[in-house]
Design a protein around this ligand. Structure first.
Ligand SMILES: CC(C)(COP(=O)(O)OP(=O)(O)OC[C@H]1O[C@@H](n2cnc3c(N)ncnc32)[C@H](O)[C@@H]1OP(=O)(O)O)[C@@H](O)C(=O)NCCC(=O)NCCS
Length: 162
């Protein structure tokens, strides 16, 4: 796992720590803003198929009171957690928002007792999360051609610290 880089809301890489990214653990509180961001980034109304997973983790990142990003995941078994969707508002990209959300999810699900985190990446559509995942220490599990997406589905996985 790589050490987290300097992250913060401001555009100036050297002074980012002054404008901390605020991580929230109750994304439902910001559902209308998340819906708008989801629609802008993915051009679809659906955020994920269903919200009634147990447990489900719905994280948000705020910069100076404004929604900067979100990340949603849920348990697929007693030991495996799946990160289903994440996005950063284009105006807050490359400031460490996605990395902070990933760190927060890893921290929280490790605390909950999960042993592994997985996610899927579609490299032709959204290459960023694949780069972040590999840099963070995820390994590629499988590569499957996805007809519906007209893209490869790259399944990534990372063992969590005990
Ligand atoms: C992928 C995404 C979430 C990244 O968000 P972000 O907040 O800009 O990412 P971060 O700033 O935390 O990036 C962390 C590192 O990854 C790198 N990175 C981020 N996006 C990248 C991209 N598209 N290509 C290559 N590297 C990228 C950054 O340069 C950064 O490295 P640095 O700290 O050395 O500069 C964002 O681009 C996005 O919302 N994309 C569209 C939706 C998407 O792909 N969602 C994920 C799949 S569901």
């Amino acid at each position: 796992m790589v050490a987290p880089g300097q992250s913060g809301c401001g555009p100036d890489k050297q002074n980012r720590s002054h404008d901390a990214i605020e991580i929230g653990y109750d994304g439902f509180r910001y559902l209308p803003e998340v819906r708008l961001l989801n629609k802008r980034v993915f051009r679809e109304r659906r955020i994920i198929n269903r919200f009634d997973h147990d447990p489900l983790l719905f994280l948000t990142a705020h910069c100076n009171g404004q929604l900067a990003g979100f990340k949603i995941g849920y348990a697929v078994s007693r030991s495996i957690f799946y990160s289903a969707k994440s996005a950063t508002d284009p105006q807050f990209r490359k400031r460490g928002v996605a990395m902070r959300l990933l760190e927060a999810m890893v921290e929280e699900i490790t605390r909950m007792g999960f042993r592994e985190l997985r996610f899927d990446a579609f490299p032709a559509h959204h290459p960023g999360m694949l780069v972040i995942g590999l840099r963070y220490g995820f390994r590629i599990r499988r590569l499957i051609w996805d007809d519906k997406m007209s893209d490869f589905r790259i399944q990534l996985s990372m063992k969590l610290p005990r």
